[in-house]
Design a protein around this ligand. Structure first.
Ligand code: ATP
Ligand code: MG
Ligand code: ZN
Length: 273
């Protein structure tokens, strides 16, 4: 494989509809803002979102004639299984079939040089996560939740699943944390405050930040240009920028930790030989 993908980051949740795809798309764009090379892979066969959030596209063969070229949008590279299969026929795919398709999908797209490949996971049975962990060097997962108790209990399950397949959890994001009112522009706390942060503390994973519920997020997502680009001064766009920065720090820390470990190990070797 000629591609060089430095980091593979999975965006996951325990529950559907919490904003996984919205977070994946806006984080990808936020990471690219300061010059990183970013790819966004939408592997949700049941409800692909990249075609809605980035507009339709007709994938073309890559230069090598064997793979598909990733599609360039707003400075990042995107690919969606929605560009290739009909979601209606995908409904009947079974777990193992899906895992196979997802890994093939990573390999059969020409990404080129990528610093962060953001992977919007389909709702998980665990099969896909396990296959990905076995086949690729996954940097880690970002868990997305909403503040409601049901979502929070599902995120605990998601974390347990990643632990089981030895995928590191980079952090937790709380989406739809509070409502930014269209009428008074004030922040309304609809849910009890702090649930996501509390869950992150309980799970001993970093809390990466909260994103408000804002009409522009959905409107932007529906019109082919995510909120980060469409309404860059909105509270949610700012939240995505901050969360991307926090995520970068966590990834850098992983490498720093690995380096310290390597140094310790070689020091140990010197001592014992
Ligand atoms: N912070 C937000 N403010 C307003 N609307 C939002 C926000 N986050 C997500 N949405 C909207 O909520 C809906 C669901 O979001 P999204 O598709 O990102 O969730 P998902 O977790 O990927 O869902 P699925 O499990 O179906 O893949 C979308 O219409 C999206 O535009
Ligand atoms: Mg989705
Ligand atoms: Zn109001």
């Amino acid at each position: 494989m000629a591609d060089s993908i430095k980091n593979l980051i999975l965006i996951a949740s325990g529950k559907g509809g919490v904003g996984k795809s919205t977070v994946a798309a806006n984080l990808a764009l936020a990471l690219a803002k300061d010059g990183s090379k970013v790819g966004l892979l939408d592997a949700d066969v049941y409800g692909p979102s990249v075609p809605t959030m980035f507009g339709p596209a007709q994938p073309q063969p890559a230069g090598d004639g064997k793979r598909l070229a990733a599609i360039e949008r707003h400075g990042i590279k995107v690919m969606s299984i929605g560009y290739l299969v009909d979601p209606n026929t995908a409904m009947i795919w079974r777990g193992p079939m899906l895992s196979g398709a997802v890994t093939q999908f990573v390999e059969d797209v020409e990404w080129g040089e990528i610093d962060y490949l953001i992977f919007d996971l389909p709702p998980g049975t665990g099969d896909i996560q396990l296959t990905l962990a076995q086949k690729f060097k996954v940097t880690g997962a970002v868990l997305v939740t909403t503040p409601q108790t049901v979502a929070l209990s599902d995120v605990i399950r998601a974390k347990a699943m990643f632990d089981k397949v030895h995928i590191h959890t980079l952090g937790l994001v709380e989406n739809m944390s509070y409502f930014v009112c269209d009428k008074c522009q004030e922040r309304h706390e609809i849910f009890s405050y702090g649930g996501g942060e509390q869950a992150a503390n309980d799970l001993e994973v970093p809390f990466l930040g909260r994103i408000p519920l804002e009409t522009v997020v959905r409107e932007a997502g529906d019109t082919g240009m995510p909120v980060l680009l469409k309404e860059p001064t909105s509270q949610s766009a700012k939240a995505f920028i901050d969360i991307a920065a926090a995520l970068k720090v966590k990834v850098d820390l992983l490498y720093a930790d690995a380096q310290v470990k390597n140094r310790r190990q070689s020091a140990l070797k010197i001592i014992t030989t």
